[in-house]
Design a protein around this ligand. Sequence first.
Ligand code: HEC
Ligand code: HEC
Length: 136
Amino acid sequence: MVFNRKITVIFFVGLFLVLGIAATKPPEEHKFQNLKVLPKNISKEDLDKVMDGFKEALGVKCGFCHAPSKDTSNHHPDFASDEKPEKNIARKMMKMSAKINKKYFSYNKNEQGEFVPAVECMTCHRGTAHPGGPKK
Ligand code: HEC
Ligand code: HEC
């Protein structure tokens, strides 16, 4: 009996310790839910830079790739949703650009010797969503 009670006490002390640590832990590190190409732990600042770059390169607004929120009281798009096909096309374009840079432009480095992508969205798009040839 005494032995059991001791175990019970140890168990609860342990449980409170675990819960206490969990309660004082800083908020979750990653805030983005559906990143498949970008690093999952990307900072908000870096993600914003990437998204602003897309917007500028294609000459569009965020809603060109991001579907509207299902909650109509929310005027922001549902950024995690993959409902708009343009978002997945953009993912393919990101992979394509990375491949081209890796395969053909690996020599492209800055003064510090760091790799710099030679081909970006802007290289082809130049402010339009449809930089393609005859297909309309
Ligand atoms: C050309 C298409 C395109 C445009 C324009 C665009 N985005 Fe995105 N966005 C994407 C893609 C693709 C992803 C997912 C990237 C991945 O899978 O790694 C994404 C992901 C995001 C996410 C992360 C969502 C999550 O939780 O997973 C946020 C937030 C976001 N975009 C905000 C914006 C904002 C704000 C703008 C306008 C300034 C914008 N985007 C413009 C294509 C776009
Ligand atoms: C090597 C050239 C090239 C690069 C680099 C490039 N794109 Fe494209 N992109 C195209 C072409 C060509 C099309 C097809 C245009 C069309 O359908 O009229 C296209 C189409 C798209 C579309 C579909 C537009 C639509 O309305 O159907 C999206 C979205 C897109 N690109 C996003 C991006 C993003 C984001 C990047 C950078 C990560 C990028 N692209 C880099 C050439 C490029």
